[in-house]
Each structure stands twice: as C-alpha cells, then as structure tokens.
Design a protein around this ligand. Structure first.
Ligand code: NAI
Length: 273
C-alpha cells in the first residue's frame, strides 16, 4: 500500500548491501512512496554487485563512498544534488561495522585500532555526513536525517562489544547535530533503535540467534521486522513527523519497556524443573 507520502522528496540512502539490508527495504518503500534518491555504499561492498539490482528497481544511481572519507562524502553530496536537481530532503545512515566483532574478540581483549575504526565507520561517519551537508548547504528546510541504532547503547549485550560504544556515540551525535541543524535549517535528526534483525551486520554478532529469540520472547509485539523499520524511516522522512527531532526512537515491539514476559518465565521454569 502506498500513499505517495514522499512525493517530490529527494535524498540519499546509504547501506544497502543485499536484499536483507534494512536500507534495501527503505529504498524500496521510499521509491514506492514517490521519493527519488541516490544510493551509496563503500566501494568494497559494491563489488558484490547486488546493489545494481536495487538501483534498477528504484531507478536510482549509485555513488560509491567510504563513509569515513570526507573526500568521498563531499563527492557524494555534490553528485547527489547534481543528479537530483537541487538540495536534499532526507538522508539515511544505515552503516555499521566492527572488526572486533567479526574476529570474535571479547570485551577485555579488544584491539584498539579496530575499536577506533568501529567508531569511525559506525558513528563518526554520521557526524561527517552532516558536516559535509552543512558545508555544502545541501539540505532543504524541514529535511530529515535518520540513522539506525541498537539498544546496546543503553544496556549491556556482552557480544556487541565496541559497537555498544559506537551506538552510544551515534545517538549523541543525533542529539547534538539535531540541535545545530534544527536551529540553522529546521532539519530534524533522529536515530531509530531497531530490534535484532537477520542481516549481514546483525547475524555477524556472536550469539545472535539466542538474543534474537530472547528479544522476540521479551517483546509483547515480537521483534520488529526490517520492513516495519523501513516504514518507520519513511514516516520520519515524511512531513507527518516535522517536529520530531533529537530523539532515539525505540522500534522494538516493546522490548525496552518490558521487565520480563510470561514466555521467559515459562522457559526458565522449565529449565529449573
Ligand atoms: P547490513 O550489513 O546489510 O548493512 C550494513 C552496511 O554498512 C553495509 O551495506 C555495509 O556495506 C555498510 N558499510 C560498512 N562499512 C562502510 C563504510 N566504511 N562506508 C560506507 N558503508 C559501509 O546490515 P543492517 O542490519 O541492515 O545494518 C544497517 C544498520 O542497522 C547498522 O547501523 C546496524 O548497526 C543497524 N542495526 C542493525 C540491527 C540488526 O540486528 N541487524 C539492529 C539495530 C540496528
């Protein structure tokens, strides 16, 4: 079902790697809602070539950019405005990567070079995107910038290691840049804290299946699927949410407000009997 709520809006969508990616679903929904946009991902990630399918489906060109490189981001924002014929109404940051997680390092043995890389790729890149947008005056008034976060920013999930800090920084950047862009251009900046989702980044975290099932059992609505997350992103890009800014918005089926659920009580009771 489409209501054309993004008709006339233009923007940038980062992070679509394959069909499972949250950004992939956002692109399909934004396209269906009438938006035009440019897709971007790290040059390395594009070698897989999957993104070309999405590009065709959405009639959206791809501009490769390593989100940690100011030079790449400058080219991305200039290229996007050239292609779309003016300033942008929305930007999606859907980027995360931790070599410490990939290599299975526990919290006490993190490699600090990789830790810095995690912060750069997964959090500072969000600041860099907005800094470039600000310098180029690339955003329209009442525009919307969204990044994806996870509840490990607030609570401990041991296997999420340095990504927990990256998400805490990401959410803080949303508040601080949200203030700045709000004052300057009436642009809003938010993070969506999404349920565990079966994507390449998600399933790379140790014990993912266990905490996916745990979160599902703990959430009265169950885990929020990627498609529903994409709907939420689209609503934040639309004019229906113009005064929502500087927020970390829980999109988790009620997980973050639940102390314990009957399902978890039953599971533990069975284990103890
Ligand atoms: P994904 O693996 O499909 O997407 C991650 C993207 O980051 C990939 O497209 C990858 O190429 C891109 N990326 C990595 N390094 C980059 C760089 N240097 N420059 C540009 N792009 C780069 O996985 P998913 O789950 O769709 O991840 C999107 C966002 O959602 C991430 O921020 C992730 O942390 C967040 N998130 C994911 C959850 C999950 O359980 N899957 C839960 C909550 C948040």
């Amino acid at each position: 079902m489409s209501n054309n709520i993004l008709a006339g809006k233009v923007g940038i969508i980062s992070g679509a790697l394959d069909e499972k990616s949250i950004a992939w679903k956002v692109a399909l929904k934004a396209h269906a809602e009438g938006a035009r946009f440019v897709l971007t991902n790290a040059p390395l990630a594009m070698r897989m070539g999957e993104i070309n399918k999405l590009s065709e489906q959405c009639n959206a060109p791809i501009i490769p950019a390593d989100a940690t490189s100011m030079e790449d981001l400058e080219k991305l924002f200039t290229g996007a405005q050239e292609h779309l014929g003016g300033k942008l109404d929305f930007v999606l940051h859907s980027i995360g990567m931790s070599t410490n997680i990939r290599k299975g390092k526990n919290y006490g043995e993190l490699n600090y070079e990789w830790f810095m890389k995690t912060l750069d790729v997964s959090a500072l890149s969000f600041h860099k995107m907005m800094a470039v947008a600000e310098k180029q005056d690339a955003l329209n008034e009442w525009g919307s910038v969204v990044a994806l976060s996870y509840i490990a920013a607030q609570r401990v999930f041991p296997d999420y290691t340095d990504m927990s800090q990256a998400k805490a920084v990401l959410e803080s950047i949303a508040r601080n840049y949200g203030y700045r862009l709000g004052k300057q251009k009436k642009v809003r900046v938010n993070t969506i804290s999404q349920s565990p989702t079966k994507t390449t980044a998600g399933t790379g975290v140790g014990g993912f299946d266990a905490f996916y099932d745990y979160a599902d059992k703990m959430s009265p609505l169950g885990n929020a699927p990627a498609e529903a997350c994409a709907d939420y992103v689209v609503s934040l890009f639309s004019d229906l949410t113009r005064y929502v800014t500087m927020q970390n918005l829980m999109h988790d089926g009620g997980f973050s407000s639940t102390g314990i659920s009957e399902e978890i009580v039953e599971t533990i009771t069975k284990l103890n009997s």
